[in-house]
Design a protein around this ligand. Sequence first.
Ligand code: TPP
Ligand code: MG
Length: 807
Amino acid sequence: MTDARKSLSAEDLRILGELERKVLWLASWMIHNANHLRENTDGLKVGGHQASSASMATILTALYFHVLRPQDRVAVKPHASPVYHAIQYLLGRQTREMLENFRAYKGAQSYPSRTKDADDVDFSTGSVGLGVAQTLFSSLVQDYVRAHGWGTDRREGRMIALVGDAELDEGNIFEALLEGWKQGLRNCWWIVDYNRQSLDAVVREGLWERYEQLFRNFGWNVVIVKYGSLQQAAFREPGGEALRRWIDACPNQLYSALVFQGGAAWRKHLLDDIGDQGDVTRLIESRSDDELAQLMNNLGGHDLPALIEAFDKVDHDKPTCFICYTVKGFGLPFAGHKDNHAGLMTPSQMDSFRMAMTIRAGHEWEPFEGLTTPQRKLESFLKNVPFAQGGTRRLTAPQIDVPLQLKVTVAPNMSTQTGFGALLNELAREQLPLADRIVTTSPDVTVSTNLGPWVNRRGLFAHERTPDTFRNERIPSTFNWEFSPKGQHIELGIAEMNLFILLSALGLSHSIHGERLIPIGTLYDPFIARGLDALNYACYQDARFIVAATPSGITLAPEGGAHQSIAQPLIGMAQDGLAAFEPAFVDELAEILRFSLDYIQKSGNGTASERNWLRDETGGSVYLRLSTRPIEQIRRSVTPELRQQIIDGAYWLRRPGPNCQVVVAYTGAVAPEAIQAVGLMAEDRRDVGLLAITSADRLNAGWTAAQRARDRGLVHARSHIERLLVGVPGNCGIVTVLDGHPATLSWIGAVYGHRVRSLGVEHFGQTGSIPDLYRHYGIDTNAIIAAAQQVAPGAPMRHLRPVRTAV
Ligand SMILES: Cc1ncc(C[n+]2csc(CCOP(=O)(O)OP(=O)(O)O)c2C)c(N)n1
Ligand SMILES: [Mg+2]
């Protein structure tokens, strides 16, 4: 933090000014090129945000060309992406080809992307609010890593978010703020682009005051960068105070409108309002229209000296919020216009802008075209920019070995949630590097998701040691709630958004902080929906973590209808970058967890395995859908073959014979019903099959990939589900069942065209016992047998009772 700042000469400032103009030009041109000059084959608007980009051009110039150090990390406001790419281009970290392909196939991305952009984006952004919170959690992770004695030879960086003012409407930002306060946040800067405009409109008056109070309440330092250096100088002139008062009192709408209208309108308004006050009249009259407009547009966020002074002045690690007054569309014809969010300059406006920038037609992409500073000097300046020192910004960390088998004692009756707690408890006892790198976290459901035993052994993380008062007072408690810098559990408040963004930050530690962590988060399955966008965001930036969600489905029975999850298995299937598992038995879970600990660390190439057609070497994150229902465990030893099948997604618990008429395929906690139904049906039918599905997601993904491989001519490609079902007679019916949406497994009928009846849960809200609810929603033994009767009519079933359907 305390590395000496390079002092800034007048010449440096002049060069920065030139670069600021260039950045604004390139960002605008990039968008113009994408919209007007590139072939448009589908008739869709391409878009890009010239106004939002212009709003931040000065701030990004100050940061990237002067303030930032290699160890600092930035989440750039999504719609300032063109400015970011333009800056990286000038720094030689982005190609012209990418800029020409802005928003096109494989070109520079619409919103900065860690995974899709080539110019070392630190944090992806796009869904507003998430990148902002990511910087806060990334800073906590930096502290966590260092507190554990890792990476201390690297310099501490600041985690910086460039925030749109309307972006602050997103609640997740405030959830993060509160968490940051609890956790002792440091080294975090949020720089607000206070242009007082959102997408649709001009924002409410006085928002800055709310922000200021709010940030201060959460222990932040607040810096307001309101006036540019021209304005500051004018305020020192006779009459300047009156001008300042007028600016301070001017409503946002009016200021924006006057910015749009320009010098003459400013003059008229100012003279009408304060023109009878002597000195200030002279102050106004001494300026031409252009000079007056320049003065009134010279807000702090467009003034390099004001910005640099504000940034350079911070000499502590307290979290700091900069509220920088800006003009949306600054320097462009639609500056200040309330409709400018999606506004694009017309070709003729762009032409005038080009000429104003002294850029020759045909030389628009050239980095130094139109600048007065000699090229060599600019090149040398850019080469010495602090940010550009030090190599690639992507760090790496070696993979941590995972034992071949995880220890766990399987009780005769056990739930997967208990099994999960037991597995982590065993890991906590081990003196393994793996166990030391695991960091768990939970949004106030640590105990109820069974992380308690792990936390008892490994402790909670905090900057400072705090003993467990209950323990000290000798009050009996099952849990040891002791905090220390060496603790390995980060206890969060209830906000699930924070859970997923923290997992995103922990799961990028190897790349951002150069130290690998193995993050495991827990929450209740229904509340995945609460943090879903953040989960998607974490996956989008390829963060690596395991999330265990429990309890799940209607199987949580008496815990109540409000907490039942239906759609989550489909989320598990559909979420890119997330492998979803729903085991029924604890020995399956042990294999899956072992696999997952390895899988989240992989970063190999994207070729698919010929066994399952999954790209396991690429790795990803993992979602474990677990249950609180104790079920009778199967006494068996897991053979290598079974182990593989559990990981690939399914295995035959009872192999179907050649005369098989019915197969029951189940997932998760309904295993006892499926087993019982098959047992009962076997009294009347021959060769009934029972397929245990541990991952509908991986089974389905492998099947899709194998079909694609065959499309490409790899005729022998076969997926795991195809191998499993290949011997099942064509006239056999399949009943699928799970505690979740029935569509999760219904696709299995399409593999070979078997008739399928899919049972699952489509409605929710009833409370009761498991038998009550399974009967009510039609996923009990009886419902399975009745469904089998429908898809594979055979001998009438002795055991069948009429089935009630739920509504
Ligand atoms: C979660 C989410 N909701 C909506 C949007 C669409 N959107 C993109 S920018 C924007 C307005 C942002 O205004 P502000 O943050 O003030 O940025 P400015 O353009 O003024 O710089 C909106 C609503 C989005 N990207 N993400
Ligand atoms: Mg705004």
